[in-house]
Design a protein around this ligand. Structure first.
Ligand SMILES: O=C(CO)[C@@H](O)[C@H](O)COP(=O)(O)O
Ligand SMILES: [Fe+2]
Length: 229
């Protein structure tokens, strides 16, 4: 996985057909997705349950590019190796999920994955200030995690603070929740480069009719890249 600061669109399969994950991932990539975002929820850290490492491993062969696994689970550490073996390229843990995020990030890198740290809307940028050399990605939640289709919460001040904290390090800023063509320019302007979008990508399409995925991805990308025009 090479680093670049171009805008990357990462469809979240939380909004895809759960009976068809493999085909949905392949369709999203064929329609222009840069990464595939995989939301793992445990019904404990967040009030919803999705799936675990076995499903990630089943999805993996259907993704040619980056599999970006967002762990909304607590505890995290006991499961890192299993998710790495399931084929995650990026493994992101929440700073709120346990007392030892430094150890968690070390373990993620030791397992051969890029390490991400996610911040809930109520967590300030300063919480990750001492982790900048431990991470490859900072995920700014723009909804309270647990569900797709929620209303975007403006975190642009936090994104700008993180961008300045990161400096010239090769660290992505990912935005997760309520990203669509209206909100994408706000977060891109503030310094984000990876835009997760679930409902805004998968709406209007299906594996039988994937063209709307492409239109939706292009609309989000154009809106985000428009801020540099
Ligand atoms: O992690 C999460 C939610 O907890 C996200 O990845 C959502 O799946 C994004 O969905 P939309 O807000 O784009 O519908
Ligand atoms: Fe997510």
């Amino acid at each position: 996985m090479t680093f670049d600061r171009a805008i990357k669109i990462a469809p979240s399969i939380l909004a895809a057909d759960f009976a068809n994950f493999g085909a949905e991932c392949a369709a999203a990539e064929a329609q222009g997705a840069d990464w595939i975002h995989v939301d793992v929820m445990d019904g404990h850290f967040v009030p919803n349950i999705t799936f675990g490492p076995a499903t990630c491993a089943a999805i993996r062969p259907h993704i040619k590019g980056v599999m970006d696994v967002h762990l909304m689970i607590s505890p995290v550490d006991a499961y890192i190796d299993t998710f790495a073996q399931a084929g995650a390229d990026v493994l992101t843990a929440h700073i709120e999920a346990g007392p030892h995020i430094h150890r968690t990030l070390q373990a993620i890198r030791a397992a051969g994955c890029k390490a991400g740290v996610a911040l809930n809307p109520g967590t300030p940028a300063s919480a990750v200030e001492d982790l900048m050399d431990m991470v490859d990605l900072v995920c700014v939640m723009t909804v309270n995690p647990g569900f797709g289709g929620q209303k975007f919460i403006d975190m642009t001040t936090k994104i700008k603070a993180l961008r300045s904290m990161i400096g010239d390090r090769p660290v992505h800023i990912e935005i997760d929740g309520g990203v669509d063509p209206k909100t994408a320019p706000l977060v891109a302007q503030a310094g984000a480069d990876v835009l997760v979008a679930g409902s805004a990508v998968f709406k209007g399409g299906s594996v039988q009719n994937p063209a709307p995925y492409g239109e939706n991805i292009r609309a989000i990308r154009a809106a985000a890249e428009g801020v540099w025009a």
